[in-house]
Design a protein around this ligand. Structure first.
Ligand SMILES: Cc1cc2nc3c(=O)[nH]c(=O)nc-3n(C[C@H](O)[C@H](O)[C@H](O)COP(=O)(O)OP(=O)(O)OC[C@H]3O[C@@H](n4cnc5c(N)ncnc54)[C@H](O)[C@@H]3O)c2cc1C
Length: 459
């Protein structure tokens, strides 16, 4: 057990490190700190929904893509209303967070157009390569698919640069794909005496004195009782909206002027096509991706995947259908933000979003849409017409606790340590300061791997 129950009151828990949030980022901190011999208490507001804590539900459930889409829809808790400027924003409250149903696309950010500017090229290369290793990221999952190879070649013949999508997964001895998630990262510390994982524990606020966090307050949601945690170091990894929510609830807005600001998110263009007969002769899964390049700051993924949207009608033969999903970015802008208002039923302040893409963001999204339509008509006929999805649909919200060089326009430093505090760290896509089109989780893990070294040094 990572906690010491010999505490002054029965409801005060002592540990070296408190980690709030058991998504992949909290898991990275936990694994590295336990490996280094520290006691870690990890709490999560959600339940443990799989036998192995934080397992990917694709590894534990059987069913069609439509059925997995329903699982995702049921798991996502909306964080805003349909009339908000970020209608798609949502969270997954469960041990494992969103990694219990994510799609595992884990590309490295483009080295000059997307990668964090706070690290040297070689520092970042090492961080990303360690992150890829942790998640079992590889680009060979569908290597034997002749359909994947032929479609890639056809598209690349007209000037594209599609490659097999880097996916966080591995195959077991039977060839079955095992998707990576929190459980992949935590697996070897789960049995450690130094690690304690408490589901159903909501962290409501943290308490501070002269630049030091002195304790954190928890509500045990299963008994509706209050607990206090005293730790040497505190790490909040509760997602890009709910991490700022805890800080706001702790009265830290004035100390952290950039909190919730510079919010970035992807603009998603989506359609589905039935492959032309002459292209559908080859067989196998398709999962290919084209990354960002100069003048084209969007990513395109062609595959057939379960998301919270994109289910096909039961009457549609899905065999030769492919999704095309393109994502550009709303570049960082101080005006785009999440703020917090009245308390909701969970006692936490309710998020509200003010987000508007700039003219440049919109122009780029229009170019992206045109290209998506051209790709679609090269491949076949529309099953689902091209659509710009509601903002927030990507669930890649970033920037709300961004890393930077000063407290004026960032919340944490390059080590993810909160400005002005000696024992408070933040993890998750919120720390990503750059406008990135590519999927963010691998990058957030890169930041966490840097941050954990600083926590270890402090301990
Ligand atoms: C359908 C879907 C597909 C996705 N596909 C991809 C993809 O292909 N590639 C990619 O890079 N990203 C993808 N993502 C996004 C990815 O899942 C997230 O970037 C990643 O999970 C973020 O990890 P995290 O640990 O920061 O936060 P989360 O996974 O959101 O975990 C945060 C945890 O904090 C807990 N929590 C929140 N508030 C509190 C509190 N006050 N007290 C205690 N606990 C709290 C929550 O219960 C949750 O478990 C996808 C997301 C979804 C939903």
């Amino acid at each position: 057990m990572g906690i010491d129950y010999q505490s002054p009151t029965p409801t005060t828990l002592h540990t070296d490190v408190l980690i709030v949030g058991s998504g992949p980022i909290g898991a990275v901190y936990a694994r590295n700190l336990v490996d280094a011999g520290h006691k870690v208490l990890m709490v999560d507001a959600g339940e443990q929904e799989t036998k192995i804590p934080g397992a990917h539900k694709k590894n534990t459930t059987k069913g069609s893509l439509n059925q997995f889409s329903e699982i995702i829809q049921n798991d996502l808790i909306p964080l805003s209303s349909s009339s908000s400027s970020m209608p798609g924003a949502a969270a997954t409250l469960a041990i494992g967070g969103m990694s219990t149903h994510w799609t595992c696309v884990t590309p490295a950010p483009h080295p000059t157009l997307e990668a964090p500017k706070l690290f040297t090229e070689s520092q970042w290369k090492d961080l990303i390569s360690d992150a890829q290793e942790l998640l079992d990221t590889n680009s060979s999952t569908y290597d034997t698919s002749t359909r994947q190879n032929s479609l890639k070649n056809i598209l690349n013949a007209s000037g594209h640069d599609f490659k097999p999508t880097p996916l966080a997964c591995k195959k077991d001895e039977t060839g079955r794909i095992i998707y990576s998630s929190t459980s992949t990262i935590l697996s070897h510390i789960l049995a450690s005496e130094n690690f304690t994982l408490l589901p159903n524990h909501l962290c409501t606020n943290i308490h501070k004195q002269n630049g030091t966090i002195t304790s954190a307050s928890l509500t045990d949601l299963s008994t509706n009782t209050q607990k206090s945690v005293i730790a040497k170091q505190y790490i909040l990894a509760a997602g890009a909206v709910l991490t700022p929510q805890i800080l706001h609830n702790s009265g830290m807005n004035d100390e952290l002027p950039a909190l919730g600001k510079y919010l970035t998110e992807r603009m998603v263009a989506f359609c589905q096509v039935r492959l032309d007969k002459k292209l559908s002769i080859d067989s196998g899964e398709v999962n290919i991706m084209e990354g960002v390049r100069e003048g084209k700051k969007w990513v395109t993924v062609i595959n057939r995947e379960a998301h919270q949207y994109g289910q096909l009608e039961d009457s549609v033969d899905s065999g030769d259908v492919l999704d095309i999903r393109c994502m550009s970015v709303i570049e960082p802008n101080v005006e785009n933000r999440v703020e917090f208002g009245e308390k909701g039923s969970d006692g936490m302040p309710t998020p509200s979003f003010t987000v508007a893409p700039s003219n440049d963001d919109l122009k780029l999204a229009a170019k992206m849409m045109t290209e998506m339509q051209s790709l679609a008509t090269t491949l076949g006929k529309f099953i689902t017409e091209p659509t710009m999805m509601p903002l927030g649909t990507a669930l890649h919200l970033s920037g709300t606790t961004r890393a930077g060089k000063s407290a004026e326009n960032s919340v944490v430093d390059a080590n993810s340590k909160v400005w002005g505090f000696d024992n408070l760290y933040l993890g998750g896509c919120g720390v990503i300061a750059e406008g990135m089109a590519c999927q963010p989780t691998l990058t957030a893990i890169g930041y966490a791997l840097q941050g954990v070294e600083s926590v270890k040094a402090a301990l």
